[in-house]
Design a protein around this ligand. Structure first.
Ligand code: AMP
Length: 478
């Protein structure tokens, strides 16, 4: 049942990554490196806040390497730093929304980086506004700072815990403050994961320093070791390098809702999240897809849409006893914006990113693996490029089930109407994108590959059933 609040349209499409380092003389540099490993989680803005007596912040639009120059680190001294990478809708692609946000509160200066989405942000925002809140950003993350500032608790951990009782949805949050849990000058880093556990969040150790990141690939780069995941509904407070304190912000739920799309597309294959290797799960999804939807006779090879589908394609090829071939080269130097040619070129947007290797494809019959079909427009263009390259037959296999619902928990999916599988049958989609056959992984097959049942994972984009109340449908991009 959808309830409509005719007020704000908060940014529902935030894909993000967070990284923090506590008690290291080079904390800002380490966070910077960690953020480069998390770049796939957000390419629109990046930022770091460091504590050095007072708190300093540098944020900018673009990739981590573009945002930070050597001179910025002069201002980011201190033993504790947190950082954030973000991607959001076009409408809110503005510098003031770059995180970590930094504000003054009754608990000292507080910085926060958020991965996820508060599903009730709209109504909380409205209530706060009626109480006098003035917003600096259009991001839903800011409401948590307003709730903290108003909580009237004795310290920041209690204030955060109190504030989080008022929000719903997905949040892996990383805070830093220039006061300790006695509310005295010092430094504190706090990591919290929502009770459903939608987004990953991991705790690590680097010598005697503490590290927190969205994914373990950030630890590998800086040489940190994984200690453990922050549990769904857990808050970890770090204020010395010996030990951390663990609190529950909510009762344990009978079932968690770990985002299965992290395994399918979003997380990096060299990361371990939700206790499992992304590579292993993704490869098993490919094998399972081959068991469920084997190739027709006479196939020459398996190819993938790079890069996100390569691991699943390897699994498919292994299970089907077919060679894996490189079908496309993907340019890694193309960002989200580019200058279009004045004379329209067919499939320009796909062609600038992907180019088929014609010599490898001419006259061949292939299985083409992609990890997902969202709107179907990229697939259609890629298929046309393959046909132009002289391919004979294309049998497309998708290593996830049809996406029938928008994500409200931090993955950038469009409105339900824009999702091709929400209104079209598999046969219709096959015809639309122009392949000789099309098959998807099943929901049970996907869950089996991730070694879990529906009780542990959020599969709402595939089932249309949401584990929390959804207040308003996603609105179209402006
Ligand atoms: P579409 O043309 O909308 O069907 O796009 C499908 C392609 O988008 C697939 O190759 C996916 O790997 C990729 N994809 C899936 N989810 C996302 C996402 N959240 N952000 C960017 N690309 C995605």
């Amino acid at each position: 049942m959808l309830e409509t609040y005719n007020t704000y349209h908060p940014d529902l499409k935030e894909e993000c990554g967070v990284c923090g380092v506590f008690a290291h003389r080079d904390s800002a540099h380490l966070v910077y490196l960690g953020l480069t490993s998390l770049q796939h989680r957000g390419q629109e803005s990046a930022g770091i806040v460091s504590i050095n007596g007072r708190m300093n912040r540098h944020t900018g639009m673009g990739l981590v390497f573009d945002v930070f120059k050597k001179e910025h680190f002069q201002n980011l001294r201190g033993h504790t730093s947190i950082g954030h990478v973000r991607y959001s809708t076009h409408g809110s692609s503005i510098i003031k929304n770059a995180q970590p946000l930094l504000v003054s509160t009754p608990y000292g200066q507080v910085a926060v980086g958020h991965n996820g989405n508060f599903t009730n942000a709209d109504s909380v925002k409205k209530q706060l506004e009626l109480g006098g809140a003035i917003y600096q950003t259009t991001s839903d993350t800011e409401i948590i700072l307003h709730l903290i500032a108003r909580s009237k608790k004795k310290n920041l951990p209690e204030a955060i815990s109190h504030a989080l009782k008022k929000v719903e949805g997905a949040y892996s949050l990383l805070f830093a403050s220039d006061r300790d849990s006695q509310n005295k000058p010092g430094s504190m880093m706090i990591a919290v994961r929502d009770p459903h556990g939608f987004r990953p969040l991991v705790l690590g150790r680097l010598g005697s320093s503490w590290v927190v990141a969205s994914e373990t690939c950030a630890f590998d780069l800086i040489g940190a070791k994984t200690v453990r995941e922050i549990e769904p509904g857990e808050m970890i407070v770090i204020e010395n390098n010996q030990n951390f304190k663990s609190y529950r912000i909510a009762e344990k739920l009978p079932k968690t809702s770990l985002c299965i799309f992290e395994f399918i597309y979003f997380a990096r294959p060299d990361s371990k999240i939700f206790g499992k290797s992304v590579y292993e799960v993704r490869r098993e999804m490919g094998r399972q897809l081959a068991r469920e939807s084997p190739p027709p006779k006479g196939i020459d090879c398996v190819i993938a849409v790079p890069d996100s589908s390569v691991v699943a394609a390897l699994g498919y090829a292994e299970q089907a006893h077919l060679p894996f071939e490189i079908g496309f080269i993907r340019s890694h130097y193309v960002g989200r914006t580019f200058i279009e040619p004045s004379k329209p070129m067919r499939d320009f947007r796909a062609r600038i990113k992907y180019n088929p290797i014609r010599e490898n494809l001419k006259g061949k019959k292939v299985v083409l693996i992609d990890d997902s079909i969202v709107r179907g427009t990229t697939s259609k263009k890629l298929i046309r490029m393959l046909r132009d390259a002289g391919i004979q037959e294309i049998h497309m296999r998708i290593s996830s089930p049809p996406i029938v619902g928008s994500c409200f928990y931090g993955i950038d999916t469009p409105t339900k109407e824009e999702l091709i599988a929400s209104s079209h049958s598999v046969k219709d989609i096959q015809k639309f994108i122009g392949v000789d056959s099309l098959e998807y992984l099943t929901i049970p097959g996907m869950l089996k590959s991730a070694k879990g049942d529906a009780a542990g994972y959020c599969v709402s984009c595939f089932s249309g059933k949401y584990p929390t109340k959804i207040y308003q449908e996603k609105s179209a991009k402006k």
